[in-house]
Design a protein around this ligand. Structure first.
Ligand SMILES: [Zn+2]
Length: 144
């Protein structure tokens, strides 16, 4: 785990040196922007305050940090050993909140797409996102 973070940290530092803002959310945004999508950011009047909202496609996109939002099966989603109980509860509540927001959004007719921090650098994943938004692919429901 320590190795994973130090590697992440190193690339974060490197990207700052190069003068680019490379947070996962900004990467996804700039990709969508390049492809000509119009979207709104951090829409507070929708459940869960989605990071990116594409009204024309009735689609919302969450870009989730793997640790805070509990990416299942991801090595970044570990539970800290100190104050383990505090963290377990807090992180569980985060994930629960996400799930509830997704279900509410779906009930309101929105398509919910979650992109995990660890997936953002996978080029294929972003192409997949673009196809998805265009309606070329179907997205499984959040619950599955
Ligand atoms: Zn992950």
């Amino acid at each position: 785990v320590t190795d994973v973070f130090s590697k992440e940290k190193r690339s974060e530092v490197m990207s700052r040196i190069r003068g680019k803002n490379t947070t996962p959310e900004l990467k996804v945004r700039s990709m969508l922007h390049r492809m000509g999508y119009r979207f709104r950011l951090h829409v507070a009047d929708l459940p869960g305050k989605p990071d990116i909202v594409l009204p024309r496609y009735k689609t919302v996109v969450f870009i989730h940090g793997c640790f805070w939002h509990r990416h299942r099966g991801c090595k970044l989603a570990y539970t800290p050993k100190t104050r383990a109980e505090f963290w377990a509860r807090k992180l569980f509540e985060n994930a629960k909140r996400d799930e509830e927001a997704a279900l509410m959004l779906q009930a309101l007719g929105w398509r919910v797409i979650t992109i995990w921090e660890c997936e953002v650098d996978k080029h294929e994943k972003l192409e997949w996102l673009a196809n998805l938004i265009k309606g070329a692919e179907d997205y499984p429901s959040y619950a599955t």
